[in-house]
Design a protein around this ligand. Structure first.
Ligand SMILES: *Cc1c(COP(=O)(O)O)cnc(C)c1O
Length: 356
């Protein structure tokens, strides 16, 4: 690639908008005593972005992958790190690189204890509680028993309990669920005579609960990714007032533009992904190809900023109906991204990251 090549495809990242969203959410949740952990997994542990979060007041960064945490640490970012995903085989590095981890299996916590002792350190854990979304978490009836075993482990500090809703099962965090978590926290503190540093109520899906509740109970923490980066809550994907929803924009290049039939001609068999495609005959249309595809980004999560239609995509191409727009070869088309598109674009080595 020569220096004068325009770098394509690329994602433009507006760091000012991310900083604004971070400060606004931190202030909003802080107004009722809830602290915000910044979740970097959807930006693949991008160190430049992580730095912006820390500069905007975030004091704990969380990621589901140790590799991402190591990447951020290596960029000289000094803050606390939380691992979001239960870490069995990586226990030794978890203790080394993460200050805190979310856990739901005693056998894993035991392993963390072993390595914490070996490394002469204390590893904090947040015990996850299942409240109906059916991803990670100890069943509420098993919590007391688990706590009893965990607090006996050397090198481990039970720093809190937490739950995760609105992820796998799409279950809404509401007063009943948050009340349940609060009461479990109260019971644990009373029964075992300890103070829990974190009662972590969830993620970006907790926004509507937070705005409507009269009593946050003992919830003092949320782990936020999507609302910081995309400016929306995640139950209905509605924009949050005062936040930017366009901190990220994907740009791709038009590599072909021609008038072509809307209906493929010849014998119809499987396409590149094993589907038999169906098309509607709309006569001749203005068809263009963009130099970005499924190897770069989850195409179904892209919304074009021009009035054009995405007709389909293969590994390296998006095929569009350019409709009335005057696009020609060499032009650039911009897209907004949803969570899945952002996750894939930030993870793709082919998409150049440009910070503004
Ligand atoms: C991804 C994740 C989050 C952040 O979720 P958002 O919807 O991006 O706010 C919080 N907690 C856990 C356990 C996660 O895996």
């Amino acid at each position: 690639m020569s220096a004068i090549d325009i770098i394509m495809p690329r994602i433009e990242i507006d760091l000012g908008k991310i900083a604004h969203n971070t400060r606004t959410l931190k202030e909003l949740y802080g107004s009722k005593g809830i602290d915000v952990i910044g979740v970097t997994k959807v930006v693949c542990g991008d160190a430049t972005i992580a730095k912006v979060l820390v500069k905007s007041g975030i004091s704990i960064l969380a990621d589901s992958r140790i590799a991402n945490i190591v990447k951020i640490r290596n960029a000289d970012i000094h803050t606390q790190f939380l691992l979001l995903r239960s870490p069995l085989s990586l226990s030794e590095s978890v203790v080394k690189y993460a200050d805190i981890s979310l856990n739901s299996e005693f056998s894993v916590i035991k392993k963390l204890s072993k390595y914490a002792l070996k490394q002469d350190t204390t590893h904090k854990i947040i015990l996850m509680v299942e409240l109906g979304d059916l991803r990670e978490g100890v069943m509420p009836s098993d919590i007391e028993n688990t706590v009893k075993k965990v607090i006996k482990l050397k090198g481990i500090k039970l720093a809190g309990i937490g739950t995760n809703l609105a992820c796998f099962g799409g279950i809404k965090p509401n007063d009943e669920k948050m009340g349940h978590l609060s009461s479990l926290a109260k019971d644990i503190e009373k029964k075992f005579g300890l103070a829990l540093e974190f009662v972590s109520g969830g993620n970006s899906g907790n926004y509507n609960w937070f705005m409507s509740t009269k009593d946050i109970g003992k919830i003092n923490n949320l782990r936020l990714g999507e609302s910081i980066f995309l400016g929306c809550e995640t139950l209905n994907r509605k924009p949050i007032t005062g936040l930017f929803t366009d901190a990220f924009t994907l740009f791709a290049e038009v590599i072909e533009s021609k008038i072509k039939p809307s209906l493929p001609y010849g014998d119809v068999y499987q396409d590149a992904f094993g589907n038999i495609p169906k098309f509607i005959d709309r006569g001749l249309i203005k068809k263009a190809i963009l130099g970005v595809g499924l190897q770069d980004v989850l195409v179904s999560g892209l919304t074009p900023m021009l009035d054009i239609d995405i007709l389909g995509a293969s590994s390296d191409h998006i095929i569009i109906d350019a409709k009335q727009s005057e696009i020609k070869v060499g032009d650039t088309v911009g897209f907004n991204l949803n969570y899945g598109a952002l996750l894939s674009a930030m993870t793709s080595p082919y998409i150049i990251k440009i910070y503004k």
